[in-house]
Design a protein around this ligand. Structure first.
Ligand code: HEC
Ligand code: HEC
Length: 299
């Protein structure tokens, strides 16, 4: 009797739960790239001095060459590799990075702050010079990153950080196969010579190699990072459409071309390779088409 009554009392609750659960189930399993943390919308940037600094940071991130020209030595902008202004999961988003610093980095063999990490991308990815710690450029980028991470738990490894790691390739990454992938899936935008494309003096498609691209010290110069980035994000708007093998092959092809010298150059290519590029995934110091990559001189 008591049991019957309690069941009857529960009936409306059950109906209510079903109403909640069913629509949720209908939208279950969003694609992994969209799961998890979402940064606040641009409309939520507050007024006042803090909001102005956030906006300046966003402008520097999206238009680096015009907003912070003194620190840029390439045709790239931060948002070329950290897509959608550093918002996109799977494209090394700023919100996931913000909560992960300070941290130990094997590249510097030190515990680095977030600001020092920003300096690294200026020096290598942008082939420029690092803005000084405490300079307005770094403060603005920190304010923008902090604001994008609003509400994210400090120290959490957020889904979507970095580029989704690719499994090791079935066959070793191959230049000749990569060349074919490049011609079919990349050259249209980035140019057959990898130099990118300009329209009306503006860079519309960024260079993948050559004197106006990232330098040999950059993260994208590692075939591991390039393959992961390309698989998730390229061709632009059709991320995930290449097979893993195609992503590895075209990454090897892109990273087998000449680009600006590693700013840590240690006197000779061999020594620089031994010190900073001692990995099968770095082409620096390797011979491709009769040319030693990283060697000073033409090509
Ligand atoms: C050529 C591509 C490229 C450009 C341009 C670039 N970066 Fe990066 N950035 C990378 C790569 C690759 C990584 C390493 C990602 C990883 O480890 O998964 C990285 C990492 C970072 C990280 C740390 C991410 C994390 O989760 O630890 C920050 C912060 C960052 N970049 C900021 C910047 C800023 C600011 C600029 C512009 C001044 C910039 N980047 C320009 C490629 C680029
Ligand atoms: C439809 C045009 C388009 C195609 C096709 C395309 N990309 Fe991109 N790619 C872009 C744009 C635009 C960006 C910069 C993204 C941004 O700023 O939002 C970019 C960025 C990049 C970057 C990082 C920035 C740099 O210059 O190093 C790499 C690496 C890259 N693409 C590689 C490739 C590869 C490899 C392919 C072929 C598999 C490819 N892309 C196909 C348009 C394209």
């Amino acid at each position: 009797m008591t049991r019957m009554r309690s069941l009857r009392r529960l009936a409306p609750l059950a109906a209510c739960l079903a109403a909640i659960v069913l629509p949720v189930a209908a939208f279950a399993a969003p694609p992994p790239a969209q799961a998890g943390f979402r940064p606040p919308p641009e409309s939520a940037i507050p007024a006042g001095p803090f909001g102005r600094m956030v906006r300046l940071g966003e402008a520097i991130f999206r238009h680096t060459g015009t907003a912070a020209p003194q620190y840029v030595g390439s045709d790239l902008r931060c948002s070329n590799c950290h897509i959608d202004g550093g918002r996109l999961a799977g494209a090394a988003p700023l919100w996931a990075a913000w909560v992960a610093f300070p941290t130990y980095r094997s590249k510097t063999k030190q515990v680095n702050t977030f600001a020092q990490r920003l300096q690294g991308c200026f020096r290598y990815s942008m082939n420029g010079t690092a803005p000084p710690l405490g300079s307005k450029v770094l403060v603005a980028l920190e304010a923008y990153s902090f604001w994008l991470a609003h509400g994210a738990p400090t120290g959490a490894k957020l889904a979507g950080r970095g580029y989704p790691k690719l499994p090791k390739p079935a066959a070793a990454p191959d230049y000749a196969r990569g060349k074919i992938v490049f011609a079919q899936h990349c050259a249209l935008c980035h140019g057959a010579d990898g130099a990118g494309r300009r329209a009306g003096g503006r860079v519309v498609f960024p260079p993948l190699w050559g004197p106006r691209s990232f330098n040999w010290g950059a993260g994208m110069g590692s075939i591991v990072n390039a393959a992961a980035f390309i698989k998730a994000n390229m061709p632009l708007g059709r991320g995930g459409s290449l097979t893993d093998q195609m992503a590895w092959d075209v990454a090897a092809y892109v990273d087998s071309h000449e680009r600006p010298q590693d700013p840590r150059f240690a006197g000779s290519v061999a020594e620089t390779r031994a010190k900073f590029h001692d990995s099968p995934y770095s082409m620096y110091g390797q011979t491709v088409n009769g040319h030693v990559l990283g060697a000073p001189g033409p090509k």
